[in-house]
Design a protein around this ligand. Structure first.
Ligand code: NDP
Length: 484
């Protein structure tokens, strides 16, 4: 049985145990410890105690310890990937890639931490030294969702540790078992530097966010919980970093490579059964090519292989839970009742009687007031909408409370320029959607979040800035009292 990981030791949970479920088979995988506020307090206390030693550890030594995490990930790539597939349902071959990518993230931040520096700036007087120091914050609570339990954790953990912070991890309920298994990647770190407390969001997550000794909350998840965290963090003026939901648009211009654009839209809409924060959730197509695009998208969606992530042929894997699938189905049915047309899909696949599968679904005839166009869907549903021209597509792309990612397919440089200036999204892709780059900042505008992960920006989030003013030749200044 997997246990909580606190102060470098396995610990039982005061809330008993839970079971992990395989979404492809609905079977129980294993049992694991379930924590509560007592373990959250314990983890924060040991992380606080470990902070001074970790921040003073030379950056080069810290870097080597982070590279060691990357080495361990590569050594254990297969078993990590299998665990991820079993608990998330996601395709095994994709998970292998994500383990490697997570290792690269540790390597990247190990070096960014090693080369981190402040600045010496001009002083008001010649006898003074003015320094800008970058210092770690203290204890960071990393609260992670279930869709990418390793990758989205690593995007927080690697920069937080490289910057000299200590961390308490709160995994999502659905993916706590796999996350508790990551403890073996960290057991060479000083005790207390990394801790994992599985427990419910409302209890353990909430407690961590309110805890006075937690200096930063790094969160990925829904906009609703993000808003709640922001309100709670206000009491102590905690640093917050929020990666939230999206409703990403993709525009297909008539001048683009239509086959590439259609394949990209289908991939972007159905990857990980649409459970990606940057899933393509709205496709705007110039009317002159709309029928052609819709036919191609339909054919591509119908050709996808739906099946369990352990089967190398599977292209669309299960959703995480039946409740999540029901929410998606409700959006589809409500759109249909309001006049939308289900071009393909819209039900559980007959080929998969067990598991939480949902057919790749293409909709058209949707309008902006429908839930499926306003709320994040987080499932394999792709609405395809005809527009008169690029300007209308751009305007409608921005008609959303979200602003996470956005994609444009065109070969016209003037449209690209206008798009990159006017689109309201933190991640903008041209002719190639959902590509993340470790060296480039990732995050959202509007209700999609605050702050950025990855890149140098994702490192800076975990640092506080201090301005030090040092008079090297002490003496009485003429502007002090008494005034002449
Ligand atoms: P949730 O917001 O429900 O949960 C995210 C995490 O927050 C979980 O660990 C959850 O724990 C925890 N949590 C829940 N309630 C609280 C609380 N009151 N205080 C503190 N923590 C709490 O999101 P999901 O896990 O359902 O993930 C899907 C959502 O995440 C989607 O909306 C998606 O768009 C978004 N997302 C955003 C990404 C981005 O980068 N912008 C990336 C991936 C996903 P528990 O599971 O125990 O409830």
């Amino acid at each position: 049985m997997r246990k909580l990981w606190i102060n470098g030791q396995e610990v039982d949970g005061s809330e008993g145990t839970q079971v992990a479920i395989d979404p492809a088979t609905e079977e129980i995988i294993a049992e694991y410890a379930w924590g509560g506020t007592a373990e959250a307090d314990q983890a924060v206390a040991v992380a606080k105690a470990a902070f001074d030693g970790w921040r003073r550890t030379p950056a080069g030594t810290r870097a080597e310890m982070l590279h060691e995490i990357a080495r361990r990930m590569r050594q254990e790539q297969e078993s990590l990937a299998v665990d991820l597939t079993r608990e998330t349902g996601r395709a095994l071959r994709k998970n292998r890639g994500y383990v490697e990518w997570s290792a690269q993230c540790f390597d990247y931040y190990a070096e960014l931490g090693r080369h981190s520096r402040g600045r010496v700036i001009p002083s008001p007087e010649a006898s003074q030294l003015s320094l800008v120091l970058k210092v770690p914050l203290g204890v960071v609570a990393a609260i992670v969702p279930w869709n990418y339990p390793l990758l989205l954790l690593v995007w927080k953990l690697a920069p937080a540790l490289a910057a000299g912070n200590t961390v308490v991890i709160k995994p999502a309920t659905y993916t706590s078992w796999v996350t508790l298994g990551f403890a073996r990647l960290f057991d060479h770190l000083p005790p207390g530097v990394v801790n994992i407390v599985a427990g419910s969001g409302r209890l353990v997550g909430d407690h961590l966010v309110r805890h006075p000794d937690v200096r930063m909350v790094a969160f990925t998840g829904s906009t609703e919980v993000g808003q709640h965290i922001m309100r709670m963090a206000a009491d102590d003026m905690k640093h917050i970093h929020l990666e939230l939901g999206g409703k990403d648009p993709l525009i297909i211009c008539a001048d683009s490579d239509l086959e590439a654009a259609c394949r990209a839209a289908v991939w972007g809409g159905f990857l990980n059964a649409g459970q990606v924060c940057t899933s393509v959730e709205r496709v705007y197509v110039e009317r002159v090519v709309f029928r052609d695009v819709l036919d191609r998208v339909k054919a591509l969606a119908e050709g996808l292989v739906v099946g369990p992530g352990m089967d190398p042929r599977s292209e669309v894997t299960p959703m995480i839970r039946p409740e999540e699938r029901d929410k998606v189905h409700q959006q589809v049915i409500s759109a249909q009742q309001s006049g939308a047309l289900i071009v393909t899909g819209g039900r559980k696949p007959a080929s998969q009687p067990r598991g939480y599968f949902y057919e790749p679904t293409v909709l058209t005839g949707v309008s902006e007031d429908m839930l499926v166009m306003r709320e994040e869907t987080f499932g394999p549903v792709l609405p395809v909408i005809a527009v008169d021209d690029f300007d209308e597509a751009l305007r409608r792309s921005n008609q959303s409370q979200y602003g996470l990612g956005a994609t444009l397919f065109t070969n016209d440089a003037r449209k690209v320029k206008q798009y990159m200036e006017q689109i309201e999204a933190g991640n903008v892709w041209v002719n190639d959607p959902i590509v993340d780059n470790l060296a480039g900042p990732f995050g959202g505008m509007k209700r999609s979040g605050i702050g950025r992960e990855l890149g140098e920006e994702g490192f800076e989030e975990f640092l506080e800035t201090k301005h030090v003013h040092w008079e090297i030749e002490p003496g009485i200044k003429p502007w002090w009292y008494p005034w002449e």
